[in-house]
Design a protein around this ligand. Structure first.
Ligand SMILES: NC(=O)c1ccc[n+]([C@@H]2O[C@H](COP(=O)([O-])OP(=O)(O)OC[C@H]3O[C@@H](n4cnc5c(N)ncnc54)[C@H](OP(=O)(O)O)[C@@H]3O)[C@@H](O)[C@H]2O)c1
Length: 358
């Protein structure tokens, strides 16, 4: 089989030329599966004429920010035959992600190098998982023109920006849905709201199916109250403040992935969804259950219930966030409707913490 190799240096540089040629570069007819699995800046173009014709997935996800959710989602998509590429901020993490089979680019939006844009142009879907930075704003949208210009006439069809329910502010315990007027109180939440507006506009300008997902507190394997207790981590000042809330909405990472996949198969122009479970609860309740579950599974492993959490006075009521729309419109059936079933599944699948400790 004839294989042509085009190095990044040989790719046309002018945006106009790039646009004219990139559809051909990205076309499933030309781009091989192996080339996309090769973690390098080299793009291989292969003739289809050989006997071992390769099948090419038509769905290619790019994840800006392969953090906790990004990696979990990437793994699920990979199992379903998607090509997944994305960014992280360090060489060490890039290496780990490449070992898992994801073509990864090191990218720091504060000192941006746009090497990943050629690859992003070839993707059909884009998940944005990079948070805003205090006093700066959205780190990507700071470079909106460069970013947008390079995606015009690209392959992208779908964009989802991961936001947070903190944009709603304190609704004094009331239920809030997506139509509730956001009243962000912290500066970071105000920046988040601006990021939402910016990504919605960018999606609209590029004529993409555009989603904003407002996520509750994210937990799942490796990141939960159980992990915090077992690691004996001290609460940060921000966590202590959040712990005073009577209600915090949460969501298991597997349910975020469900909602993302459901939105991919729905073709709408733009839509905002709260992605949370059914059971907003205080941090103290969640930690009390986590303690109980650990003690049941590994008696003697931990001491008495952590008083630093129990002694926190509730009173920062906040809001209860409604998930009715993801159920009704996206057809999501939550795998973990409550932190109770979520924590239970985490501990059921956890190894004995003493197994690998010296
Ligand atoms: N944690 C929560 O409970 C919660 C709740 C609601 C919403 N959210 C938001 O939902 C999104 C996904 O959450 P997550 O928990 O998966 O986040 P995460 O694990 O912190 O991942 C964030 C990703 O963004 C990258 N990143 C951060 N700053 C960057 C910058 N300046 N330039 C380039 N890349 C940058 C990180 O790089 P590295 O991989 O190299 O670190 C990481 O890949 C985030 O926007 C988060 O703020 C989080």
């Amino acid at each position: 089989m004839e294989v042509h190799t085009i190095t990044a240096a040989k790719l046309p540089k002018s945006p106009a030329l790039l646009r004219r040629n990139f559809r051909a570069f990205c076309s499933p007819k030309f781009l091989t599966l192996s080339s996309l699995q090769t973690p390098s800046s080299t793009t291989h173009l292969k003739s289809e004429m050989g006997s071992n014709k390769l099948e090419f997935p038509t769905k290619r996800m790019f994840i800006l920010g392969m953090g906790y959710v990004g990696q979990f989602f990437a793994q699920e998509l990979k199992h379903e035959g998607w090509e997944v590429a994305g960014t992280c901020m360090s060489d060490a993490k890039k290496k780990v992600l490449e070992q898992k089979g994801f073509d990864t680019f090191v990218f720091d939006a504060m000192e941006p190098e746009w090497k990943f844009l050629d690859r992003l142009r070839c993707c059909t879907h884009l998940l944005v998982s990079i948070p805003p930075i205090l006093d700066i704003g959205d780190p990507i949208l700071q470079h909106e023109d460069t970013f947008k210009e390079s995606l015009v006439d690209g392959n992208l069809q779908w964009l989802c920006y991961l936001s947070t329910t903190s944009i709603y502010g304190d609704a004094r315990g009331a239920w809030v849905d997506e139509n509730y007027i956001p009243e962000p109180s912290s500066n970071l939440a105000k920046m988040r709201l601006k990021s939402e507006e910016g990504w919605l506009k960018l999606g609209q300008d590029l004529d993409l199916s555009t989603y904003l997902f407002r996520l509750g507190g994210i937990y799942g394997p490796g990141r939960s109250a159980i992990d915090t207790i077992l690691k004996k981590k001290e609460m940060s000042e921000r966590q202590k403040r959040r712990a005073t809330r009577n209600f915090t909405s949460r969501v298991h990472v597997a349910d975020i992935c469900q909602a993302l996949k459901a939105s991919i198969s729905l073709h709408v122009q733009r839509k905002i969804y709260n992605v949370v479970d059914d059971d907003p609860a205080s941090r103290a309740e969640v930690f009390a259950l986590a303690h109980q579950l650990i003690k049941q599974k590994w008696p003697g492993l931990i001491g008495a219930t952590d008083n630093s959490i129990n002694s926190i006075l509730l009173g920062g009521t906040e809001k209860r966030v409604s998930n009715a729309h993801i159920k009704k419109e996206l057809g999501v059936k939550l795998l973990y409707p409550s932190y109770r079933s979520g924590l239970q599944s985490i501990i059921d699948n956890m190894e004995d913490p003493l197994l690998h400790s010296d």
